[in-house]
Design a protein around this ligand. Structure first.
Ligand code: NAP
Length: 470
């Protein structure tokens, strides 16, 4: 007999795929519902939770990472379970998830980078920001990557907060970095760095820089490095000059204040310099023996498109910067997932306000939802995910308002655990993650850092097993 879904005897069962901020905010909003009985099971392909808070937020931004305290509290709720080390598609197909849950929310983030689509992008020494960020943050899938810091010049294409994160990590001293939770392999490599100039290249002007004060505030407090922009770079076109006299946009005002401030620095005074170049686009990366040795960039002019947006147009002035290391930091994209509609143009899971949408049949995919970067694209800060997840969850709740479903054979907690065990999956529960968490923070404390991350999945599982028995 069918019973009302969400009633006392028949919970609404939701699987959340991904345990970053958008996943936790979705879980929070589900669990907060007073009049509906809801059970939430969260899955992550890593044994560790928190997605980009652990593997994306820069290691010297510990304050931002403290948001995990809120997620940790939520994880204690009896209606919530975390199952780490389980990957959708690889360990369990989507169709099987749908046998065990009324609804799935994809909160998988954006794991890959946009391509510059220029010659030489595949040469050795040209990397994506995603690779570098994953590497210095000790993400198990990126730990084996190699970066060569032996050349004097490094180029970063793009001027968002990620570009500033990676510039700062290369600019800071070993002493500064060793107080963070940067992965030990990254610290070892960076300690031998010969880098002097870190060029951050923006295709548009200072007013259009995508970074925020979150990315700039530490750039004025580094021990041996500084940021610098030549005052000529800050001269504004007539059109942008008008914008600045009228703008009340805090971000633009703060960005310009920062740029004005660093234009007073004397670059020859510092051992490492982050140099901002505006109105320039990458043209071609060139190299020797398949390895990067420099980049050609073209100077741009800004023009207003038909919507009034200022865009970059190439001039015929080309510059050349020799460099042994190049990063493309021009935004993240979602990796298409098996069996889940993908919107190529937006680089997201295809959706309408969080309801998954089949672009071929032009219909909503029932019982499947998406939130966070996978829904709206890679933009905003951690807090942006809260209203985003609330929007998705509210639609889900609306869709299930008058739905009925069959009885569950046992309570959802043991039902899911039995299912995962029957599949012989080596899953990690939240209290087991806490054992690893304690291990990492204890090890970090002995080295005067907030945490020493374990960077191999096998090692994580071994530590958990040993501590669980001990
Ligand atoms: P982003 O903010 O979107 O910046 C991307 C940059 O790449 C922009 O400067 C963009 O220029 C440029 N770009 C795009 N396509 C390009 C091309 N073909 N050639 C040259 N330049 C190109 O992306 P992000 O830095 O990856 O950051 C992603 C999100 O995470 C953002 O919302 C960011 O604020 C957030 N985040 C926050 C923090 C923090 O709060 N501390 C730290 C890291 C990341 P145009 O503007 O001209 O398109």
């Amino acid at each position: 007999m069918d019973i009302a879904i969400g009633s006392q005897n028949r919970p609404l069962t939701v699987a959340i795929i991904g345990s970053g901020p958008s996943g936790f905010y979705a879980a929070d909003h589900l669990i907060k519902q007073d009049n509906i009985n809801i059970e939430v099971d969260m899955f992550d392909k890593l044994p560790t939770p928190y997605g980009l808070v652990r593997a994306g937020v820069a290691p010297d931004h510990q304050q931002i990472k403290s948001v995990t305290k809120i997620y940790e509290k939520l994880a204690q709720n009896e209606k919530f379970r975390f199952w780490g080390n389980i990957e959708l598609g690889k360990d369990i197909p989507k169709s099987e998830f749908l046998n065990y849950f009324d609804a799935i929310i994809y909160a998988v983030g954006a794991q890959t980078d946009r391509k510059m689509n220029i010659d030489g992008e595949n040469l050795k020494g040209c990397h994506s920001a995603t690779d570098f960020v994953g590497w210095y943050n000790g993400h198990p899938e990126y730990k084996k990557l190699e970066f060569d810091f032996s050349s004097k010049n490094v180029i970063i294409i793009g001027i968002g907060n990620v570009a500033l994160d990676i510039a700062r990590i290369m600019a800071k001293t070993v002493e500064e970095l060793s107080k963070t939770d940067i992965a030990q392999h990254a610290l070892n490599k960076l300690s031998k760095s010969k880098i002097k100039n870190i060029y951050v290249i923006a295709r548009r002007g200072p007013l259009q820089a995508a970074f925020t004060s979150a990315g700039t505030k530490e750039l004025v407090h580094m021990t041996e490095a500084a940021a610098y922009v030549n005052p000529d770079e800050l001269k504004l076109e007539e059109e942008t000059g008008n914008i600045i006299s009228q703008t009340s946009d805090k971000r633009i005002i703060q960005n310009l204040q920062f740029l004005e401030q660093i234009s007073n620095n004397n670059p020859s005074y510092y051992s490492k310099i982050i140099r901002f170049l505006f109105r320039r686009s990458p043209l071609e990366i060139y190299g020797n023996n398949n390895e990067v040795s420099g980049i050609k960039i073209v100077k741009n002019e800004l023009f207003k498109d038909e919507f009034g947006k200022l865009k970059a147009k190439a001039t015929d002035v080309v510059e050349d910067i020799p460099a042994g290391l190049i990063f493309s930091s021009i935004g993240y994209m979602v990796n298409p997932l098996p069996e889940i509609p993908f919107d190529k143009a937006r680089g997201t899971i295809a959706n309408i306000n969080g309801r998954v949408y089949d672009l071929n049949t032009k219909t909503i995919v029932k019982n499947e939802y998406v939130t966070g970067w996978a829904k709206r694209g890679a933009n905003g800060v951690i807090g942006t995910n809260k209203p985003d997840s609330i929007e998705t969850v509210d639609l889900l709740l609306k869709d299930f308002k008058n739905e009925t479903g069959g009885d569950l054979p046992s309570n959802q907690k043991s039902r899911i655990e039995m299912w995962l065990k029957s599949k012989k999956l080596n899953f990690v529960k939240f209290d087991q993650w806490k054992l690893l968490d304690n291990y990492e923070t204890d090890l970090g404390e002995s080295k005067n850092k907030p945490r020493e991350k374990v960077t191999s999945i096998n090692e994580m599982l071994k530590i958990i097993q040993n501590m669980d028995q001990g």
